[in-house]
Ligand binder design. Structure first.
Ligand code: UTP
Length: 231
């Protein structure tokens, strides 16, 4: 597949729900191959989510009376474990440590290796980490690999006539997401912190179905999924 072109800085955010399935390492392997391929032509930074294990740990912590911030903190630990697994799959290509914040990410990337990180602090999801990292590195493109094809005008799980939106401004997307939940483990489809960052820095963003890892390659040049445009 054609991935060459001018070198771009690309931040890829991979939802935990697509990476971690049935305690199987297969998706980590597949993603590591796609990332390695893309990294030959472009400079990549990767952020991974927590998925089901994060939600399970958060649920146990909540049952034990933990605050929402502490529940988020548990979720962050799980995203970092997932980041470590992806680093293992990437081998020598990746920096061996998971940065805990953006300064560390910048510092570690000086070594010339690919940076893989998870969460940073409570009150947002790894979508937000991806968008902030995109600001830090001045990314040309942010690709968000999630478990659906893109943004729909209404919940596609509830409504058969839901239509996927191919292109949307950050402002319109912010309006659409304004009533969503913000509890630990439940930052729905795309969190508002992320969209706020994308809006203020005009970060070109593509949301694609990550169940097909090849979609990450396609997203570099093809208008697949939902593209968030300035405005
Ligand atoms: P995720 O960002 O993975 O959220 O982080 P998610 O909604 O479960 O998304 P998928 O399943 O990966 O697609 C898991 C949880 O970790 C906490 C939040 O509670 C989040 O729901 N978290 C993560 C933070 O508090 N801060 C972060 O920077 C990242």
């Amino acid at each position: 597949m054609e991935i060459a072109g001018d070198l771009m800085k690309i931040v890829v955010t991979i939802g935990g729900s697509i990476l971690v399935q049935n305690n199987n390492s297969k998706n980590f392997k597949e993603y590591s191959e796609i990332i390695s391929q893309l990294n030959t032509e472009h400079k990549l930074y990767v952020v991974v989510g927590g998925g089901k294990p994060a939600r399970e740990y958060i649920s146990m912590a909540r049952d034990l009376g933990a605050s929402e911030a502490l529940c988020d903190d548990m979720g962050i630990d799980v995203t970092r474990l997932n980041a470590r697994l992806l680093i293992m799959a990437l081998g020598d290509l990746a920096f061996p440590e998971v940065p805990h914040n953006f300064r560390e990410a910048m510092e570690y990337s000086e070594a010339g290796k690919l940076i893989v990180m998870g969460g940073t602090e409570p009150a947002h999801s790894t979508d937000a980490v991806g968008s902030i990292l995109a600001e830090f590195v001045g990314a040309d493109l942010l690709i968000n690999a999630t478990s659906v094809d893109g943004l729909y005008d209404k919940d596609p799980h509830k409504y058969e006539d839901a239509v996927m939106i191919k292109e949307i401004t950050a402002s319109n997307m912010m309006d659409m997401l304004s009533n969503k939940d913000t509890k630990a483990g439940t930052y729905e489809f795309f969190d508002r912190t992320a969209i706020g960052i994308i809006k203020r820095s005009n970060i070109k963003t593509r949301i694609v179905n990550g169940k097909e890892p090849e979609n990450i390659l396609k997203a570099v040049f093809e208008n697949i999924g939902t593209t968030i445009i300035p405005g």
